[in-house]
Design a protein around this ligand. Structure first.
Ligand code: URA
Length: 483
């Protein structure tokens, strides 16, 4: 048995020299043991006469594809890599097409090693984080990075950093070697490096950068964790943000959906619409009382909210509907569309109705306040809760709708609707989920507002609350059937 000691730190040259010698001596792969236990004295000691005379001829029998593959595979930390490569080299002397045999176990093993090394190299390019070294130099700034690769990839990956970070001096230190660039020369070493010290200023920069590019709508946690495995996190300053960003992602997506940038219509268009309504009324007579009410509401200026809203969002649904749903006020989408519950909260609402077997088209859907109240943040219109005064002003329209539609069941969605309908200010949970008598012989049923469900940051809680909301809608449907 021939014993060959190697350093085994990703240097193809040392293995190649040994392999050439072994091949020249026709040493069968089964008769060689490669090791990296530090004793390399026997590298050539056991081989009589140094390099054999026919080594060059032997080398010419090696396909270039194998040299490239071996250059990558040798960087792997698998202790079997030396024997595997020698076995393949040996077989290549007789099986010229061996590397094309995709199912050959040696080739499969080789391909796996190469893939792992490439992946590790890719991770190094993505996850090395430089930190600036303070005040040691005049002129160029100096940076250091600590990285923990799985394989001996520092030398083969260093060129990438040289090209990318030409303008600064840097050192990348790892337990499996290091690389350094000073603007003129790239130096690499396979020796384990000591973890460098650095200040924390650049950590803060990385964190800010990461938080800014993090798009919660694109978050795919599994894909992210397989791309950025946790083992790299400890050396990445921004990684400390990841759990919080993931936890907040769903809430931020919901907020993004709820506040889609919008442009209100020009003020004069709304006034013109109100005028057109008046003109039609003068031409056609009062006609349908509900249409007349809607037209009057379109020109409402009872409270200041009419000034900034695009239009009045009046209720919709058939006169005589058995159930009337009352929300709080139109949101951004409703304000633009002129219809209640057509935005994200409307989707939650529609789903709950559908699951409960309630037909939205057979119900009347309206709001306590008929104009969208918001404040501008940049180009976004951010929903603001209506005040007591605004709800009280708008109650006039709601009571007209109740008189005209005459529902048997009125469902208050949230505290603002409950206040508009009863004049009482209560927490929804105190009055939720059971029928209450109401003026006009009607039944009042209270549940939460669907937008509240969208705002819940905790995923599990949101799912529970959506389920409760859906159960409430089932209770409404039961009430409809029995009352
Ligand atoms: N929230 C409401 O209260 N009403 C709507 O129409 C939309 C969102």
């Amino acid at each position: 048995m021939r014993s060959v000691g190697l350093e085994g730190k990703g240097d193809l040259g040392e293995w190649r020299d040994a392999a050439r010698q072994l091949l020249a001596e026709h040493v069968d792969p089964q008769d060689v043991r490669f090791h990296t236990d530090g004793d390399i004295a026997d590298l050539f000691g056991a081989m009589p006469g140094g390099l054999a005379g026919d080594v060059a001829a032997t080398a010419s029998l090696v396909p270039k594809a194998f040299i490239d593959a071996a250059g990558a595979a040798i960087c792997h930390s698998d202790p079997e890599r030396f024997s595997l490569l020698y076995r393949i080299l040996w077989r290549l002397q007789r099986e010229r097409d061996l590397l094309q045999g995709a199912s050959d176990p040696d080739v499969v093993h080789l391909v796996r090693l190469i893939k792992n090394v490439r992946r590790d190299s890719h991770k190094m390019k993505a996850f090395v984080r430089f930190r600036e070294v303070e005040g040691v130099q005049v002129g160029r700034r100096r940076f250091v990075a600590w990285f923990e690769p799985e394989h001996f990839i520092v030398c083969r990956t260093a060129g990438f950093f040289q090209r990318r970070f030409t303008d600064m001096d840097w050192l990348i230190a790892t337990p499996k070697g290091s690389a350094a660039w000073n603007g003129l020369e790239l130096k690499t070493s396979v020796e384990p490096a000591i973890r460098p010290e650095a200040n924390d200023d650049t950590d803060e920069l990385w964190r800010t950068y990461f938080a800014n590019i993090f798009n919660p709508a694109r978050l795919k946690i599994r894909a992210m964790q397989s791309e950025m495995p946790k083992k790299y996190w400890k050396n990445m300053p921004e990684a400390s943000l990841i759990p919080d960003l993931i936890a907040g992602a769903e809430r931020r997506v919901a907020e993004m959906a709820a506040r889609e940038a919008s442009q209100p219509q020009a003020f004069h268009e709304r006034l013109q619409a109100a005028w057109r309504g008046k003109e039609e009324e003068e031409r056609d007579g009062p006609g349908d009382p509900w249409l007349k009410l809607k037209r009057d509401a379109a020109a409402c200026t009872l409270c200041p909210l009419h000034g900034q809203a695009t239009q009045t969002v009046f209720g919709e649904g058939p006169i005589g509907a058995e159930v009337m749903f009352v929300g709080e006020q139109p949101g951004d989408r409703e304000d633009l569309a002129g219809r209640p519950f057509v935005g994200p909260a409307g989707t939650v609402f529609d789903e709950a109705l559908a699951l409960a077997g309630i037909e939205r088209d057979s119900s009347y859907v309206t709001n306590a306040v008929k104009h969208f109240k918001y404040e501008m943040r940049g180009k976004r219109r951010i929903h603001q809760k209506p005040g007591v005064g605004e709800i009280e002003h708008c109650r006039w329209w709601l009571s007209k709708e109740l008189d005209l539609v005459r529902p048997r069941i009125v469902v208050a969605l949230g505290a603002s609707a409950y206040f508009a309908l009863t004049g009482e200010r209560k927490s929804v949970e105190d009055v939720r989920g059971y029928p209450m008598p109401m003026a006009g012989g009607r039944v009042l049923f209270v549940s939460v507002h669907p937008a509240y469900l969208l705002r819940l940051p905790d995923d599990a809680k949101r799912q529970r609350e959506i389920a409760r909301f859906r159960e409430d809608m089932v209770s409404v449907e039961r009430l409809r059937q029995v009352s």
